[in-house]
Design a protein around this ligand. Sequence first.
Ligand SMILES: Nc1ncnc2c1ncn2[C@@H]1O[C@H](COP(=O)(O)OP(=O)(O)OP(=O)(O)O)[C@@H](O)[C@H]1O
Ligand SMILES: [Mg+2]
Length: 297
Amino acid sequence: MSNDEPTNSSASDDAPVIPLRTRTPAQARVVAIASGKGGVGKTNLAANFALALGQLGVRVLAVDADLGLANLDIVLGLAPPHTAVDLLRGDLDIEDVLVRSTHDVWLLPGCAGDVEASNLEELRRYELMTAIDTLDERFDAVVIDTGSGLGPSTLGFCGAAEEVMLVITPEPTALSDGLGMLRALHERHDVRQVKVVANLVGSQDEGEAAFSRFRGLCSRRSSVRLEYMGALPFDPHVGRAVMRGQPVSEAYPNSPYGQAVTRIAGRFMASTQRDARPGTSQIFWRRLLRQREHGAG
Ligand SMILES: Nc1ncnc2c1ncn2[C@@H]1O[C@H](COP(=O)(O)OP(=O)(O)OP(=O)(O)O)[C@@H](O)[C@H]1O
Ligand SMILES: [Mg+2]
């Protein structure tokens, strides 16, 4: 199959598919969506953030790196015929596994219920990253949804990404687990800068207050710099959209969540703060290899 023509369109075809070679190659921004505590809204943010970037004209690859318990496809309202596991088995090329969402947003799906995939060994992770590497001129942003907890796969993907967006909620447990993730990322992968989104808030003020508490907690126990990206309200449209098999930003674009995620995407695009780790490359797999050469991770 030609590299030029994206295939596997499985959702609406409203965005023009521009032949890849006519585009100016750009270094993709790579952002991992992470949290300490599970169930704080990472996957919904990853999906709707990717779509909000797509709406801004950004060519996005969404990667479901919660490989064994993948559900980014469901939140995006897609039913991919293949997953990254088929790729790792060597049965398919990455082009055959990608599925298109709306705009120029594409998904590399994970696999639900695959124990082996959920504990992906380091070498297999590299294989996956190397496969994604072949797409580097095709995308402007790579948004990675990760699993919860401090497992090696989640830390590995976050550590390899140039930017990490940490999801917290006002709950003390989410703040404390968020700090745990921050410290693990710093210790294991020398992460020095993290973007923060407060989810499930009652108001923007509550989001800012949660971020303030989190910053206070972190300032005593971590040297990682935090950049606040904004808050996402608790919004029943989120669950309703998932039940309808559609992402909330498409099913209810004017919902409080839909509007908030658009603002966050705008802030992300405007943000120039990047992690200034030595040897930083914007392409995460190369950066990871460099970290290994320097003995980190
Ligand atoms: N802002 C919100 N308002 C209302 N419900 C939300 C919001 N964000 C997430 N949810 C709901 O919270 C639940 C968990 O969301 P999600 O799956 O995105 O979390 P997660 O962090 O990816 O979970 P996991 O750690 O299991 O991967 C879902 O039922 C989702 O619909
Ligand atoms: Mg998830």
